[in-house]
Design a protein around this ligand. Structure first.
Ligand SMILES: *Cc1c(COP(=O)(O)O)cnc(C)c1O
Length: 388
């Protein structure tokens, strides 16, 4: 395993140099390499599909597939048999449409703003209807076009974020009896607020609320679970589950992570130096060395998704050795203490691991006092990207 890893690292280092040499300034200045293991992503999809069976499993690829590249991810999962893809916004759906075959269904979680219905219908996209107003706007267009338009209807079961409120259900029921000639409802859905906490009573409350909706509106397809919801058990999977983070290797639950890691981030060293004890390091001089220290500056900072909250807290790794972040994370660079490494181990252009076998996205998120979702979606665009 170790030798596979180190030979992969050598290959990556070679690729990094090669790209830097071949393609000129853009790659020469790449902050590092973001590697997306697209086959691990596929296996995560398969694992979720097995777990949710006989429920179907869609893929949530909003926010550019949590920063990993929506087109690549959606195409790969489509080949794997995943024909139902969720994004958050109309523009995301429009960008994805040409990348996928016509039988891929693309759903827009945030629904439609007034005036965008025509665009949505023209691109053959499926809006999630979150209010009576959106329902009426979509129905009007269907009547005008003289054809049935597809939709998902979302209900608020306790998160108070999006969806038809409990006191609007009667109105919706009336609309459904008249309006279903015009709108083809593919699923009724809701979203769990606390699924990552399997002991939260909110899960049961939302499931019960959803059960009432199912009995009021029988005969449709239903969708409730996100990644964590799939692991709450079969009661939550319904007709269609909608995982996102678990596909990308994030932990669906707070406890042990059952998913395979998908992302590796290696960042280039751009300076190595030795400083005596008593030296201030980084902005504000908040870190002062206590003894002679070897430092390396790496080419990524908060603009690249290394959270500023990692100042003086997180670490990078080199061949298994922990290199603590010292001082404040800057916009384009971060300083790490490399005293634990042999002299000369790191040089200009060496790559150090920020996300990888030594440090998962969950580890980075914990150190930064955030969640893996924010780490992934924050990854910047100044890395070269390798899909393997
Ligand atoms: C983001 C989102 C998902 C996916 O959630 P994960 O926790 O990433 O699995 C599913 N459904 C809705 C409505 C969402 O907004």
């Amino acid at each position: 395993m170790l030798s596979i890893l180190s030979s992969w690292r050598a290959e990556l280092q070679a690729t990094h140099y090669k790209m830097a040499g071949e393609t000129g300034s853009q790659s020469t200045n790449a902050a590092g390499c973001l590697t997306v293991d697209i086959s691990a992503l596929s296996r995560n999809y398969d694992a979720l599909a097995r777990k949710a069976y006989p429920s179907r499993v869609a893929a949530v690829v909003k926010a550019d597939a949590y920063g990993l590249g929506a087109n690549r991810v959606a195409r790969k999962l489509y080949q794997r048999g995943c024909k139902k893809i969720f994004v958050a916004q109309l523009m995301e759906a429009c960008d994805l449409r040409p990348a996928l075959p016509p039988d891929a269904e693309i759903y827009i979680l945030n629904g439609l703003q007034p005036g965008s219905e025509r665009h949505c219908a023209a691109e053959a996209l499926v809006p999630v209807i979150n209010s009576i107003e959106q329902w009426k706007n979509w129905k009007s267009l269907a009547i005008e076009l003289g054809r049935r338009l597809p939709a998902v209807v979302q209900f608020d079961t306790g998160m108070s974020r999006l969806g038809i409120a409990p006191d609007e259900r009667r109105l919706l029921a009336e609309e459904l009896t008249q309006g279903s000639r015009h709108i083809d409802i593919l699923y009724l859905m809701s979203h769990l607020a606390s699924a990552d906490d399997e002991y939260s009573a909110q899960n049961d409350n939302q499931r019960a609320a959803f059960a009432r909706i199912k009995s009021e509106f029988p005969g449709y397809g239903f969708s409730l679970a996100n990644s964590a919801g799939v692991f709450l058990g079969e009661d939550y999977c319904e007709t269609l589950a909608r995982p996102g983070i678990a596909l990308y290797g994030g932990s669906p639950l707070t406890m042990n992570n059952l998913m395979e890691p998908v992302v590796q981030l290696d960042v280039a060293v751009i300076q190595v130096r030795v400083v005596p004890g008593g030296t201030k390091v980084g902005y504000g001089g908040v870190h002062i060395t206590t003894a002679e220290t070897r430092l390396a500056t790496i080419a990524a900072g908060y603009a690249d998704g290394i959270p500023r909250s990692l100042s003086g807290r997180g670490a990078a790794y080199y061949q298994g050795t922990r290199l603590p972040i010292v001082g404040r994370v800057s916009m384009d660079s971060t300083i790490v203490d490399v005293s634990a490494l042999p002299v000369g181990a790191l040089q200009l252009g060496s790559l150090v691991e920020v996300i990888g076998p030594n440090q998962t996205i969950e580890d980075v998120a914990r150190d930064a006092a955030t969640i893996s979702y924010e780490i992934l979606t924050g990854l910047g665009h100044r890395f070269c990207r390798v899909y393997r």
